[in-house]
Design a protein around this ligand. Structure first.
Ligand code: ACO
Ligand code: KIV
Ligand code: MG
Length: 522
């Protein structure tokens, strides 16, 4: 197995992400975590770019140990001098000088001839080597550079003592094949290339930064540059965690390892996301919230039987919490049963089917079904529905700022079938409860009506709790629905049904119907 060095540029190229600006303290905190993660080189910033960056590089150089600390510098005396001044206190300082080598950059940006670029590269490497033994030279926009010119630049870097020659695909233009070929070409054609570590630095403009980095490893690259969570200029850099996990997961393909402590990956990712404000997309490989979550029934069933059916990396390997079987509209009975067992419910057969059906209905209405929602369904199920006298078949409500609130309600009664009534009221719920009273013939007093939201969001479940009284009998009802009025109607009916059950418990079965027992109050 070859050992690949990991050069982390979260604090330099990563910080070049539009909108990201880290304070010195934040940079130091990230650098400490990167050291814990075990990266080989931390590019702490670009010392000459500002006083703040200079001080950040300096603090990291002075305070973070056991890892190389590096500063970027243009190929100018001032930048290289500033880099050195900032890095002086580092245990292992590295100066990273760069100069563009592509025709586009040389002509339009630098306004230099290729010969001038070679001279400037020589000047820069020589000067940086005067200061520190470890110098990296980057041929900016190498991906669009002429290969034979790139060979000449690599030879200059090797001749004047650079330890690393970086071949950046600065604009994320190359395909994996093309990128790999450049490494082979430089290795085969540049004299002195054997003294250089070759480094890959890829950008994700075409979504190929990680694939290109891996192609470079296959083509002999010794160092991979990247950023945590793939942040960086424009579409970002290669995501370090993805490169490293590809090596760890497919050792026979890449035959290469790194010194990273993989269990620190999730922690590092969370810290970088929090401090930079760059949110990690849920479906992001390795560190996204869904990277180890399974929603569909067939996958969940497979996962419950054997995790390797749908997972190639164990979440604990990268320090993530255990696999999540997310219950949703695509889930099946196996996962549902397993999940409600974790909530303390053990259901089987028809009982399981009934609650599962309700759960699926809820999923059709609600985007995120939470444990609170599921507990509500389970609680409702605990009422023995077979004993209930009336079931809500439909309800229709008309209300607004003008006119009288009116409700039409249809209830199913096992003996009498569909019964329907309409009523007006002071409000929508009042009209509904009066329509229900007309059907059931019950005369009840409403003692308490309370409405709560079970979970947050626009599609939250409304939970309605109701208390009613009839003579000495007090009864409670409770129901949940994404529709407040429906929850109210069901809760009211629940209270009425329980009242009837209580009455039958107290006075006997004949006392089911209030209408027939008008003397009850007497
Ligand atoms: C691919 C990359 O990621 S490269 C790194 C990009 N990072 C940054 O730019 C970090 C933040 N940058 C800055 O703060 C500023 O750009 C500074 C402080 C570095 C320079 O600021 P200014 O002096 O105002 O110059 P400005 O940024 O406008 O222009 C860049 C100058 O550097 C020159 N230059 C660009 N790259 C190099 C290089 N590698 N070596 C020498 N000169 C270079 C440009 O040709 C231009 O020179 P000119 O003024 O003679 O035309
Ligand atoms: C400075 C260099 C290495 C760079 O970030 C790039 O070319 O993308
Ligand atoms: Mg870059």
């Amino acid at each position: 197995m070859r050992k690949i060095e990991i050069f982390d540029t979260t604090l330099r190229d990563g910080e070049q992400s539009p909108g990201v600006s880290l304070t010195q303290e934040e940079k130091l905190e990230i650098a400490r975590q990167l050291a814990r993660l075990g990266v080989n080189i931390i590019e702490a910033g670009f010392a000459a770019s500002s006083k703040g960056d200079f001080e950040s590089v300096q603090r990291i150089a002075n305070e973070v140990r056991g890892v190389s600390i590096c500063s970027l510098a243009r190929s100018t005396e001032k930048d290289i001098d500033q880099a050195y001044q900032a890095l002086k206190g580092a245990e292992h300082p590295r100066i990273h000088v760069f100069l563009a080598t592509s025709p586009i950059h040389m002509q339009h940006k630098l306004r230099m001839t290729p010969e001038q670029v070679l001279e400037q590269a020589e000047f820069a490497v020589k000067l940086a080597r005067k200061y520190v033994p470890d110098v990296e030279f980057s041929a900016e926009d190498a991906g669009r550079s002429d290969l034979d010119f790139l060979v000449k630049v690599a030879e200059v870097a090797a001749k004047w003592g650079a330890s690393v020659f970086n071949i950046p695909d600065t604009v994320g233009y190359l395909t994996p094949d093309e990128y790999g070929q450049i490494f082979k070409y430089i290795r085969d054609h540049a004299s002195g290339a054997d003294k250089l570590k070759l480094s890959a630095h890829c950008h994700d403009d075409l979504g190929m930064a990680v694939a290109n980095s891996l192609a470079a490893i296959l083509a002999g690259a010794d160092q991979i540059e990247g950023a945590i969570n793939g942040i960086g200029e424009r579409a970002g850099n290669a995501a370090i965690e993805e490169v490293v996990l590809a090596l760890a997961t497919r050792p026979t393909i890449y035959q290469a390892t790194t010194s990273l402590d993989l269990s620190q990956i999730a922690r590092t990712s969370r810290l970088v996301s929090k401090l930079t404000g760059m949110v990690v997309q849920p479906n992001k490989a390795i560190v996204g919230a869904n990277a180890f979550a399974h929603e569909s029934g067939i996958h969940q069933d497979g996962m419950l039987k054997e995790k390797s059916t749908y997972e190639i990396i164990r979440p604990e390997t990268v320090g993530m919490a255990d696999t999540k079987l997310v219950l949703g509209k695509h889930s099946g009975r196996h996962a549902f049963k397993d999940h409600i067992a974790s909530l303390g419910y053990d259901l089987d057969g028809e009982a399981l089917n009934t609650v599962f059906r309700k759960f699926k209905d809820l999923c059709d209405k609600k985007k995120y079904v939470t444990d609170e929602d599921i507990l509500s369904l389970l609680l409702e199920y605990e009422v023995d529905t077979s004993k209930l006298s009336y079931r809500l078949e439909f309800m229709q409500v008309s209300c607004g700022t003008h006119g009288v609130p009116t409700a039409t309600v249809g209830l199913i009664d096992d003996e009498q079938g569909l019964l329907q009534e309409a009523a007006v009221g002071n409000g929508a719920f009042d009209a509904i409860s009066r329509a229900i009273d007309r059907i059931t013939g019950e005369q009840v007093e409403l003692l308490h009506y309370q409405i709560d939201s079970v979970t947050g969001g626009q599609d939250a479940l409304a939970e309605v709790r109701i208390q009613i009284r009839q003579g000495e009998i007090v009864s409670n009802g409770r129901a949940t629905s994404t529709d407040t009025l429906e929850a109210g109607a069901r809760a009211y009916l629940d209270a009425v049904n329980r009242l009837i059950m209580k009455r039958m418990d107290t006075f006997g079965k004949d006392y089911r119907r209030m209408k027939e027992k008008a003397d009850l109050h007497a």
